[in-house]
Design a protein around this ligand. Structure first.
Ligand code: AMO
Length: 451
């Protein structure tokens, strides 16, 4: 078998005979001459089929070739004529003159035009195995992969250890009703809403940990922000002073991720409405009540007793900090103790409110985090205050019985971050295989959904 050359490598092999393997991205017939754009993992390259230059079998095979067929093409790399060069493509100066064409896999005629931007989200989701092959979606999920890599690289460099948290769990970490129950052999279990308990337990082991993993939420409503399964970028670390240490770490983590994207996927970012976010030295932060007072003063809407901001208010605040602080990010701290999960640390100076925060990015919450209880007795009391039975959390509590430093952490939603970065309105578009109220890959028909 001849050695394979990737599309982008052909640029430095003008005059050489090479073998290219990939999918047919486009076909153009110009009389007897056929142009095929071949896509491989590295990019695309134009190839030219001129009958007089090809073996007779290859000429016959070329007649049949359609989009998405997978081919092995042998031929010479040649420089394109000055007028044919495409400065916008990394391989735009060359092409492959086909000598032999082998079919590795045929494809049925496509049900839609992959590069059609107007196909709509429903159809896009119905045909994900192929629509994900389009240039824009390959770019989107390449960018997403680099966000994860940036997250990992930064935390590894800061002395964090990556952990794998279980997804089958006994108790709801985040409280609330949005848990999926699953039959677990002869018992009942739930799907993890987050790795919260396990990342905290692991602070007792490694001091600094992070996890990249699926989180499950039985959301009963359809919005542009909610998924039933999302990817949590979670971290947790000990020896902190308070929640500001966690907020400062997230600021530098985001800076690293943005720089990493500039270095690795700048051309992919150009395919989307990417505007580099403004990330100041220090992200502005406000207490929830301060924000509500501000909203009341500026808009006349009085929500100063509400436990959270409404989506419209988050959007308003996003625009406000952009204008006044030149920041696309804003932290909101001090959510009410009554509304945050039992592990959240209250502010000693004002115990009705917590040393917790949300991070809004362009008006949408992408992170929750904060300082946690690390004292066993306080944690047990907090559980009782919330009507929880500490017996149900015995396993988790062991960590706190046997020496847990002051600690905190955060959970960052990968899909929400990706969507906000790229100007994507619906988080489902920034999710490889989204699960929502109506869909587990295929649409759920109403009778099935009720079962
Ligand atoms: P929280 O529940 O706020 O906090 O989740 C953290 C982040 O995860 C993302 N997220 C979601 N994304 C899409 N669809 C959903 N249904 C969904 N729910 C949450 C958001 C959110 O900001 N254990 C805490 C984190 C911590 O304190 O460390 C937690 O899970 O981006």
């Amino acid at each position: 078998m001849s050695v394979r050359t990737l599309s982008v490598e052909a640029v430095s092999k003008v005059g050489a005979e090479v073998t290219i393997k990939g999918w047919v991205n486009a076909r153009r017939n110009m009389g007897k001459i056929v142009f095929l754009d071949i896509r491989d993992r590295a990019g695309t390259i134009q190839t030219v089929g001129v009958p007089s230059q090809m073996t007779p079998e290859s000429v016959e095979r070329l007649k049949e070739v359609r989009l998405e067929w997978v081919l092995e093409l042998k031929g010479a790399v040649q420089e394109r004529g000055a007028k044919q060069k495409n400065p916008n493509s990394p391989t735009g100066a060359v092409e492959l003159l086909i000598k032999e064409l082998k079919v590795l896999a045929k494809a049925e005629p496509l049900p839609l035009d992959l590069e059609d931007e107007k196909i709509g989200l429903g159809i896009h989701l119905d045909y994900l195995p192929i629509t994900l092959r389009s240039e824009k979606y390959r770019a989107l999920f390449k960018i997403q992969a680099e966000i994860v890599r940036g997250f990992r690289d930064y935390l590894n460099a800061q002395g964090f250890t990556e952990i794998q948290a279980p997804k089958i769990v006994a108790a709801a970490a985040e409280g609330g009703a949005d848990v999926f129950e699953v039959k677990y052999l002869k018992n009942k279990a739930t799907l993890a809403q987050s790795p919260q308990f396990y990342k905290q337990i692991m602070v007792g082991v490694f001091e600094r940990v992070f996890a990249v993993g699926n989180c499950f939420r039985a959301e009963q409503h359809a919005t542009t922000r909610h998924l039933n399964e999302f990817t949590g970028l979670d971290l947790e670390f000990g020896m902190i002073e308070d929640h500001h240490d966690v907020m400062n770490l997230e600021t530098e983590l985001l800076r690293h991720i943005l720089n990493h994207l500039d270095k690795t996927v700048s051309s992919e970012l150009k395919l989307w409405s990417y505007i580099r976010p403004e990330l100041p030295e220090k992200i502005p932060y406000f207490k929830l009540r301060e924000v509500q007072e501000l909203i009341k003063k500026e808009t006349g809407v009085d929500h100063t007793n509400e436990p959270d901001l409404e989506p419209g208010e988050e959007k308003w605040l996003g625009n406000y900090v952009q204008e006044k602080h030149h920041s696309d990010f804003v932290f909101i701290t001090h959510y009410p103790t009554a509304k945050r999960p039992m592990y959240t640390y209250p502010d000693e100076a004002d115990p009705e409110f917590t040393k917790s925060f949300d991070l809004l990015f362009r008006g949408v919450e992408i992170t929750s985090g904060g300082q946690r209880f690390n004292d066993y007795n306080q944690l047990v009391q907090s559980m009782k205050n919330k009507g929880l039975n500490p017996e149900d959390f015995k396993f988790y509590l062991e960590s706190f019985q046997y020496g847990m430093p002051p600690e905190g952490g955060l959970g960052l939603g990968l899909e929400r971050l990706t969507a906000r970065l790229l100007g994507v309105d619906n988080v489902k578009e920034a999710t490889l295989f989204p699960r929502d109220l109506n869909r587990i890959d295929l649409q759920l028909s109403p009778p099935e959904y009720k079962q």
